[in-house]
Design a protein around this ligand. Structure first.
Ligand SMILES: [Fe+2]
Ligand SMILES: [Fe+2]
Length: 299
């Protein structure tokens, strides 16, 4: 029997990561794997990289690693010029860690002797910028995952715990999203979702867990003058997303495009958006409006 922990979307949330580390330490696991988005949005990108690298965990890159890796290269799309975080990542993450991220794989196959190979992507096989949402049909998911040889596929990106079995002819896929360890978006505040996977000749089975963490160090770091200065009015939206375990950036950008296109992102504009209260839901994508979390098991 092989037992591993699967984490995804740490998003620079050190208190959440440390809570999971403490919870899984006594389990004597065979491996830990991180399905991308280790950095960005939260305030502890460098510290999270330090933990993951020093623990020797397996990890693939997510789209948020590319905000750093593609910064000021011809690969960066023009609209990133308005984004505050790539420059902040570039200025604060040490060169040695940038080199590690540059050489990190985009996908992995974990091949233990007593269990079927397990495939790891951040998003879909063809892109880290999209993945399977609860609202996606099986046909849509099969279209994207069909190229995968392995039956069990670990993914991240969507920030909601999910488990789905897909079947097409003789082929079957078992999709597991352990949820976002650092930035869960299912309103389960101050929790760090992850999954424990058990593999043997019958395949892989997932148990969905959540570690609890103290949010105060996050709040303090979001209020730090250097963080606020680097991120401007967006800093409050990032802080709100972590505080409430609910989407803020995505609906804010949709609302701004609808209600006041082209308006610069100022504190006044963010105030106006936050004052909408429950009306904000109109701009919240359906998967995040009233998510149904998978009940957490004990590790
Ligand atoms: Fe993410
Ligand atoms: Fe992502």
């Amino acid at each position: 029997l092989t037992r591993i922990a699967a984490l995804a979307d740490l998003h620079a949330n050190l208190p959440a990561l440390d809570a999971i580390i403490a919870e899984i330490a006594p389990l004597d696991l065979d491996a830990v794997v991180v399905a991308g988005d280790l950095i960005n949005m939260g305030p502890f990108s460098t510290e999270v990289l330090e933990r993951v690298f020093s623990l020797g965990w397996a990890a693939v890159r997510g789209n948020h690693e590319f905000y750093l890796l593609d910064y000021k290269t011809p690969r960066a799309p023009a609209h990133w010029r308005d984004y505050t975080t790539p420059r902040w990542l570039n200025e604060t993450i040490p060169l040695a860690y940038k080199r590690r991220l540059a050489a990190m794989p985009d996908t992995l196959a974990l091949t233990f002797p007593d269990a079927p190979p397990l495939r790891v992507y951040h998003g879909y096989p063809h892109t880290p910028w999209d993945s399977m949402y609860p609202s996606n049909t099986d046909a849509e998911a099969i279209d994207a995952f069909r190229v995968t040889q392995e039956e069990t596929i670990l993914v991240g990106h969507v920030h909601l715990q999910q488990e789905r079995w897909l079947r097409e002819g003789d082929c079957a896929w078992h999709i597991i999203n352990p949820g976002s360890a650092g930035l869960t978006l299912d309103r389960q505040v101050n929790t760090a979702p992850y999954a424990l996977l058990e593999g043997d000749s019958d395949g892989w089975r997932a148990t969905f867990c959540r570690a609890s963490f103290d949010p105060q160090p996050l709040r303090d770091a979001f209020a730090r003058p250097d963080y606020v200065h680097a991120h401007g009015a967006y800093a409050r939206l990032y802080a709100a997303e972590f505080e409430h375990a609910h989407v803020y950036i995505w609906p804010f950008n949709r609302w701004r495009a609808d209600a006041c296109p082209g308006e610069p992102v100022t504190h006044a504009l963010v105030d106006q958006f936050l004052a909408l209260g429950e009306d904000v839901l109109k701009w919240v994508p359906e998967d995040f409006a009233s998510p149904t979390p998978i009940p957490a098991s004990d590790p």
